[in-house]
Design a protein. Structure first.
Length: 153
């Protein structure tokens, strides 16, 4: 027997992770800190040469010792990764996004965590679209000059 419907394909964010310390430092320097109810986050444009492949979005998660013991920090990161994995399609290309969760992420309902991450990702998408529009408007394709016919009498 064969089934006509395929199971949903599981997406991963493993290839989208920020890995190097220098990438985190560059993103911190290029972005401003933003706050939400249970986390703070940084959004920075990627600075990659144009000759490379198209930029993919990259995500960074940090969980410092202030959040608790290792098993608590690991649980916070697992919850964050799962919520991000479910909505990876909302990430705009060409940006680095770093999340700093607060300890409340450990105990909050997963649906609330997921809703907050979706809200942040939608806000990121809006900001990236606005940045792209501003960049397009700064580079005029062709400038037309008005030629005056001279002083009117």
């Amino acid at each position: 027997m064969s089934f006509s419907s395929k199971p949903a394909e599981r997406q991963s964010i493993a290839g989208l992770r920020l890995r190097r310390h220098s990438d985190y430092q560059r993103a911190y320097a290029a972005a401003r800190k933003r706050q939400s109810a249970s986390m703070s986050w940084f959004l920075a444009p990627q600075s990659t040469p144009a000759a490379e492949a198209p930029a993919v979005p990259r995500i960074g998660l940090t969980a410092g010792k202030v959040l608790g013991k290792a098993h608590e920090r690991n649980r916070i990161k697992r919850r964050m990764r799962e919520a991000l994995r479910r909505h990876v399609a909302l990430l705009p290309a060409g940006c680095d996004l770093i999340f700093h969760p607060r300890r409340t992420v450990l105990t909050m309902e997963f649906t609330k965590l997921e809703a907050e991450i979706v809200r942040i990702l939608n806000q990121v998408r809006i900001e990236e679209q606005a940045r792209a529009e501003a960049a397009r408007s700064r580079t005029p394709a062709t400038e037309t000059r008005r030629v005056s016919a001279g002083p009117a009498s």
